[in-house]
Design a protein around this ligand. Structure first.
Ligand SMILES: [Fe+2]
Length: 482
């Protein structure tokens, strides 16, 4: 009889230990400091540890009575070194382990609706810290956050990233990943997993990051005309905690690989009376080299990645020839030294060349305004998204095959929240009507072709000659200089 009783006691002890592990943080440690108590040490004096209000109640802070954080109460720091810290995981005092520290500032933003039933939001602290004087093609080890929090609890663990090679004709990034219309779906996860496996040294996102503006309003479904489907909605509500979730989803990638973004239509996110305020999340969350490239706005800018000059253009701000973006683009193109950056790659969200029914000729006004300038300066490749499918064009200018025109590539098949695009404008019965595909910014310049096989028509009767390859699937692109 002794053996079964002993086994029973052991089982009880294991259950007791498991319970302690599960609720361990809520138990009061015995005053003698004798380790983690078990239920055998109970019963315990009832005790309550109050919620620390400084922590907020999670990031899903939405509702009508919100108090924004005061960003001036937190430090924004990056401690960094060219060598990994041997004690990084446990180090509370970072100053002894990292020779460099850069300090920046934190900000918060809000998404506010003066309409009943729509959820207001105020963000957590968003930190921006600029690191200067980094050496090219060098790996840096860093921790970020607020070092004034006791025991290093306000700092991240040690992470690392590698800077891009210096601008030179013989120096190229290992690989550049290009992705558009990413979203936060199962397909998005698959895309990011594949992208990370390709080990890029730079990620370029060509707009439509989170689809926060469709999380509540349409149940995730796409609608070709929101105001037609929801005529009583005062504004298209955007559920901002989706951005926080997307940030956490992307962190394993973005904490170690530089990422450049350009705005898409899903970043417009109108708020306030009549939608007077736009792009609040995009502008607060991302840092791009607009100042360094002389644009002074995050809506368009440029940068070098080794021997490639990237130009990121804004389709949802003025793109006309009399506007500030156009004159900035003229200056930026004139400054390019092809001996230093032999390749010029441009990117913006909605494609100019697109043979799918979805968004067909939607940004024809932008093409008519800017195509000549890009052609004149020999832009090599253009990446866009917006259309949820892949399409690669033959070299083209003004809808005519031209060996000096750029190669246009639509890569808007990252994962989105809507659906993949499968209809082609040249499929029987799939040519969009004049009321379809109106842009969310700018005018409508739909045109019938003036020459070639589709002369006099709005849609082709077969895949256009300027469309080299199209495929309705999810994925990302990898750009390599060989
Ligand atoms: Fe889009």
């Amino acid at each position: 009889m002794a053996a079964p009783a002993a086994a029973g006691d052991l089982r009880f002890l294991l259950v007791g230990l498991l319970l302690v592990v599960v609720v361990g943080s809520r138990l009061v440690r015995p005053p003698d400091g004798g380790g983690i108590p078990t239920t055998l040490d109970g019963p315990f004096e009832p005790a309550t540890r109050a919620f620390d209000r400084a922590l907020r109640q999670g990031s899903d802070d939405v509702g009508s009575h919100l108090t924004p954080l005061d960003p001036s109460t937190v430090r924004s720091e990056v401690w960094y070194s060219e060598r990994p810290s041997p004690t990084a995981a446990a180090a509370g005092d970072v100053s002894g382990h990292y020779p460099h520290v850069a300090r920046g500032k934190a900000e918060v933003y809000s998404q506010l609706y003066p309409y009943p039933g729509l959820l207001n939001y105020t963000s957590g602290a968003i930190h921006h810290v600029r690191l200067r004087g980094l050496r090219p093609a060098t790996r840096y080890y860093y921790r970020c956050g607020d070092s004034s929090v006791r025991g290093g609890a306000g700092l991240s663990g040690e992470l690392s990233f590698e800077t891009l090679p210096s601008s030179a004709a013989a120096a190229y990034p290992r690989r550049v990943a290009v992705v558009g219309d990413l979203g936060l779906t199962g397909n998005s996860t698959s895309t990011v997993e594949h992208l990370a496996r390709n080990d890029p040294s730079l990620v370029v996102v060509v707009g439509d990051m989170t689809y926060a503006n469709q999380y509540r309003t349409t149940g995730g479904r796409g609608v070709p005309c929101f105001s037609c489907s929801f005529p009583d909605a005062p504004l298209r509500e955007s559920y901002q905690p989706r951005w926080d979730g997307w940030g956490r989803f992307m962190e394993p990638l973005t904490s170690r690989i530089p990422m450049m973004v350009i705005e898409g239509n899903h970043e417009i996110e109108p708020q306030g009376q009549g939608g007077a305020v736009t792009f609040a999340s995009y502008l607060a969350r991302f840092a791009v080299p607009s100042e360094e490239s002389g644009s002074n706005t995050k809506f368009y800018y440029s940068f070098n990645a080794g021997g490639i000059h990237f130009i990121m253009l804004g389709a949802y701000v003025d793109y006309n020839r009399t506007g500030a973006q156009y004159s900035w683009l003229e200056k930026d193109l004139r400054k390019i030294d092809r001996r230093v950056t032999p390749w010029v790659v441009a990117a913006w969200h909605p494609p100019w060349y697109n043979s799918y029914s979805s968004h067909y000729q939607e940004f024809e006004c932008m093409r008519q305004a800017m195509e000549g300038l890009l052609y004149q300066h020999g832009v090599d490749i253009v990446f866009s998204g917006h259309v949820h499918a892949y399409e690669r064009m033959n070299r083209v200018f003004n809808y005519t095959l031209d060996p000096c025109g750029p190669v246009y590539i639509t890569i808007g098949d990252g994962g989105n929240i809507e659906k993949i695009d499968i209809d082609h404008a040249d499929d029987p019965g799939k040519c969009p009507g004049p009321g379809d595909n109106h842009p969310e910014f700018g005018g409508v310049c739909h045109l019938n072709f003036t020459s070639g096989p589709a002369k006099g028509k709005f849609c082709w009767e077969k895949q256009p000659e300027w469309s080299a390859f199209r495929e309705s699937s999810f994925g990302h692109g990898i750009l390599e200089s060989l």
